[in-house]
Design a protein. Structure first.
Length: 412
């Protein structure tokens, strides 16, 4: 009985991780295929930034409302709907619509990938392990996302290489992600069970609980931790064109390194961070040290010479920075459990913290895209300086959250 239960837990986490990766790869094609996406859709850096910022603005509202959704409605139905609907929108995206059509696409993705999905998925992952296993469970989930992302992205890269016409290859990659998202949505509808007792507890959940969360200092600090991590993580997007523009690397090689950076490193870094967190006994302490290393790594790009002979130093530093960031992505939601947030309030706290944490989506890509279009290579310097500032902000937030939790523990 216990064995079959563990197999089912593994299946749920694996399929959820695979589906999440496929689904988010649609609005975030720029992560691994920035240059091909730009060419296929004939967009400028600023236009790509505007689309992603619009997605982020819708996302900010969606994160906030989505937390309430996850506590109020069936997580099973929310997750299945999100994956299937996002895949369906992906097929429209593959027709290469006009810029107005792309705006509609990214608005709809903001709803289906965040409002009805994000907080619900975090809640489902948290439910798969005990309180002492949260670091390992979230790390394992992110690691599986890395495995599935590596697999699906290298298939996508193969498709790009298979077709001489870049628009044809891009279309097949979008189809690949859309089909995978829809299949995972159907499978999870069968596997996930809705627990009645949780739904009963959630009946009392209302917008009053959201107001309560807004006044919670811990929720703000968790949000700032995610914000700091996510903005630096978003900067990784620009390391692909940085290597291409500054060090003159071929596009196919840049895409291959981007896939390794985005998914292969994730496979090891996230589970490793989860295991380290469970051994240390605190995700917050691990992140405090991580933010210090993050600040040093991002600052290194300001001093590494922009010369082809230094290209491997830039790549190695990118790998180190990626490992830190993906380690964080595997554990920053474990801080919710560590901060003694009740399970019935998880959705609301995750929603509010995500509202703050993922807000860079609403402005950062437009800002960075504008810097690159306006200042050229000097724009990368602004990107790296902002990343250093955010890493320092993360050091402060983890220190304060650890201090509050320690104070509460001593009172108890």
């Amino acid at each position: 009985m216990e064995k079959s239960k563990n197999i089912k837990r593994f299946l749920i986490i694996f399929i959820l991780a695979f589906g999440t990766t496929a689904m988010y790869s649609l609005p975030y094609m720029k992560s691994s295929f920035y240059d091909p996406m730009q060419q296929a859709l004939a967009l400028s850096h600023t236009q790509i930034g505007n689309l992603l910022s619009l997605y982020g603005v819708v996302g900010m509202v969606s994160y906030f409302v989505g937390g309430w959704f996850a506590d109020k409605f069936s997580v099973k139905k929310l997750i299945s709907f999100s994956l299937i609907a996002s895949g369906a929108i992906g097929f429209y995206f593959s027709t290469f619509p006009s810029y107005k059509g792309l705006i509609l696409t990214f608005v709809l993705w903001g709803i289906t990938t965040i409002m009805t999905f994000f907080a619900a998925s975090v809640k489902v992952v948290r439910m798969q392990g005990s309180e002492s296993e949260q670091g390992r469970i979230f790390g394992f989930y992110e690691g599986l996302s890395g495995i599935s992302g590596t697999l699906i992205s290298f298939i996508g890269l193969y498709l790009f290489g298979k077709f001489a016409e870049i628009t044809v290859g891009f279309k097949y990659v979008v189809w690949l992600y859309s089909i995978a998202s829809i299949i995972c949505g159907i499978l999870l509808f069968v596997l996930i069970e809705d627990k009645k007792e949780e739904n009963e507890k959630s009946e009392n959940t209302s917008f009053k609980s959201i107001i309560k969360v807004v006044t919670m200092p811990k929720a703000w600090l968790i949000g700032i931790i995610i914000f700091s991590t996510y903005l630096v993580f978003s900067s990784l997007t620009y390391l692909s064109p940085y290597l291409s523009d500054v060090y003159v690397m071929p596009m196919t090689l840049v895409s291959a390194i981007s896939i390794i950076r985005t998914y292969v490193i994730k496979m090891g870094a996230s589970p490793a961070a989860g295991i380290i967190t469970d051994k240390v006994g605190s995700s917050i302490k691990v992140m405090f040290v991580g933010f210090i290393l993050m600040a040093l790594s991002t600052a290194a790009y300001l001093i590494i010479p922009k010369d082809q002979s230094f290209i491997w130093i830039a790549i190695i530093n990118m790998i180190i920075l990626s490992a830190i960031l993906f380690g964080f992505r595997g554990i920053y939601f474990a801080s919710v459990s560590e901060s003694n947030i009740p399970l019935e309030s998880t959705g609301a706290v995750v929603g509010f913290a995500s509202f703050i944490g993922f807000s860079p989506d609403a402005f950062y890509y437009t800002l960075a895209g504008n810097w690159l279009d306006k200042y050229g290579q000097a724009g990368y310097t602004y990107i790296f300086v902002l990343s250093v500032i955010c890493a320092v902000l993360g050091i402060f937030a983890t220190f304060m959250l650890a201090k509050i939790n320690k104070k509460e523990k001593m009172k108890a």
